[in-house]
Design a protein around this ligand. Sequence first.
Ligand code: HEC
Length: 96
Amino acid sequence: MKPLLLASLLLLAAPALADESSIELKPGAGLEQVQAGCSGCHSLDYIQMNSVFLTHDGWKAEVNKMRQAYGAPIDQPMADEIIQYLSAQYGVPPKS
Ligand code: HEC
């Protein structure tokens, strides 16, 4: 009984694991750039997890950090589109 139960749990878990890198982000201009440029090293759920507190400037710093500190292969025009997308879809208004 027990091994069988474990096996069926694993079967259920497998598709969920396989899906991890194709997290659903909100549709919008720049989404393709984000999917292409931001999913190489970690899952796109990093974006959702951080969206609760990052402003436009916060996302800008975040994208620059990915490029400069971690070497994300993203050129400036692409970075601009990504920052636009992230602040439009996942940004919070700046604190005044
Ligand atoms: C070259 C690899 C690489 C690419 C490409 C990359 N990241 Fe990251 N990212 C990292 C690493 C390394 C960390 C920190 C270590 C960890 O927690 O996994 C990280 C962490 C993060 C975090 C968590 C907060 C933080 O600063 O640690 C966010 C948000 C994030 N990345 C967003 C992005 C976005 C948006 C893009 C696309 C512009 C992107 N990443 C592309 C390597 C990358």
